[in-house]
Design a protein around this ligand. Structure first.
Ligand code: SF4
Ligand code: SF4
Length: 245
């Protein structure tokens, strides 16, 4: 079996989301929740206390509305959430470039939530509850989080692990190829997942019309957006307003 380490080629996984294609259907949100064992909201949950790793927001543009899927941006440079965690419950994986969350280490202080400029993290105010029978359909590759812990998108790390094991079994060399659940589920093919070490993908992430949220903060997000509509680009500048919308 191929092990993580010197013989594993590194990747810098990233997403390129085409806002011209996104129609706000929310299929990505559903696929994300199913893949990652995110429980449905409990009766007392509010928009502030519910759990979501991925949310699709409506953008008011002055013309035709647009939609923007927002998840953890996988910050690369001095990752804000990682830098404040006293428990080392947030880890930047140099093999994948993925910012991971280790729920077993999280003590629930929520420093990371305060530090994240994208409000991409959610807190488990309660233990998870699933409708009767649904617990039998949980994804065995993803741990279930308990009350008092923080969680967030990790680019479907369980899928990466499965792809790594398959590659090792097949004796394949090079970085692992896989697709997160949101990108797979999107009927509009608005979400492209790739490796920034791949020249063609990296070039697509730097084409005209591509941008990142709160880019001037210098967090090095690895979620890129593109649009051909200047008004949509403009509407994303007030990111705080988008989040409250
Ligand atoms: S978007 Fe937030 S949760 Fe994700 S890596 Fe950046 S600071 Fe951390
Ligand atoms: S599944 Fe695709 S089209 Fe639907 S909301 Fe998500 S990104 Fe947009």
């Amino acid at each position: 079996m191929r092990k993580l380490g010197a013989e594993t080629k590194t990747a810098r996984y990233a997403m390129l989301i085409d806002l011209d294609r996104c129609n706000g259907c929310g299929a990505c949100m559903v696929a994300c929740a199913v893949e990652n064992n995110v429980p449905p909201p409990q009766a007392s949950a509010t928009p502030r206390t519910g759990l979501n790793w991925l949310r699709v927001f409506r953008l008011k543009t002055g013309g035709r509305d647009a939609f923007i899927p927002v998840m953890c941006m996988q910050c690369e440079d001095e990752t804000p959430c990682q830098s404040v965690c006293p428990q080392k419950a947030v880890e930047f994986d140099p093999v994948t470039g993925i910012v991971g969350q280790i729920p077993e280490r999280c003590l629930g202080c929520r420093y990371c939530m305060a530090a994240c400029p994208y409000q991409a993290r959610v807190f488990n105010w309660r233990d998870p509850q699933w409708p009767a029978g649904m617990e039998k359909a949980l994804n065995p590759r993803v741990s279930v989080r308990q009350r008092g812990t923080v969680e967030k998108c990790n680019f479907c790390h369980g899928r990466w692990q499965a792809a790594l094991e398959k590659a090792a079994h097949d004796g394949e060399e090079g970085p692992v190829h896989y697709t997160p659940a949101c990108a797979e589920a999107c009927p509009a093919q608005a979400i492209r997942f790739g490796d920034l070490n791949d020249e063609e993908f990296a070039a697509a992430c730097h084409e005209q019309g591509v941008f990142r949220l709160l880019d001037t903060l210098g967090t090095g997000p690895k979620v890129f957006y593109r649009t051909s509509r200047a008004e949509v680009r403009e509407a994303t500048r007030g990111f705080g307003e988008v989040r409250r919308g």
